[in-house]
Design a binder for this molecule. Sequence first.
Ligand code: GUN
Length: 291
Amino acid sequence: MILLDGKKLSEEILDEIAKKVDKIKKNNKKVPHLAAILVGNDGASETYVASKVKNCEKVGFNSTFIRLDADVSEQKLLETIQDLNENSDIDGFIVQLPLPKHINESKITDAILPSKDVDGFHPTNVGYLALGNPKFVSATPNGVMEMLKRYDIDTEGKYCVVLGRSNIVGSPMAILMSKNTKPGNATVTVCHSKTRNLIEFTSKADILIVAIGKPEFITSNMVKEGAVIIDVGIHRVADASKKSGFKLVGDVKFDEVAPKSSYITPVPGGVGLMTICSLLQNTLKATENSF
Ligand code: GUN
């Protein structure tokens, strides 16, 4: 079993980005600037956005953090987006999801200028991806592809099962894995909450990508011997033996699945770190597109 080390890979990628930013600065070109909007104070979202901002600093990007109250009106959020769309110093921005229930998420995503949509959530960017001409690809699936690429994992002709069909992860992941690319060219099945006999699919998968948001859902009896296991989940579960009172786990029961796998991502230290790298790579691309 080989551990897919997101920590090591992400450090490599951050270093590559930082070198490019140095070059940009030496040439007196525009320094990439990412803005992040956080609505409300959901604990997990706070952590993610803080990490995105921190990593901007690490690679030499400028960053702007915009915090709005949980009861902010949809109109006010749309106005904030419009300001960022029109601000030529901002190369890309994200609105952290999920949003409070009174705000229509797709209305918000639709309002972001596609050329600044570094999350790759706008229908234009999703459309480009579906047509095989990707511009900005959603950060988590993009990070998974980068991981498969850098570990030189053969995906061509392999049977890939994607668990989960969210707009952020499952759906773009399935599109990417099915495209005529390297990595890619896999035969893909998307499974979800209504799938019958789930184990029949998962146990045949050469590559199993799990993004269903259920702690330690995938157990060893559900996976094929020698499978590549990509775990997108991250959850806090109570653990009295830890000082913090909790531990982080993924959607996969790591201890029992790992010995059966050929490659597996740990949680933490796996896909999560790759997501941030993808976001920064997209932001750099947005800046370079404006040169
Ligand atoms: N919520 C969970 N993942 C993401 C992400 O990649 N981008 C945004 N904007 N919100 C998220």
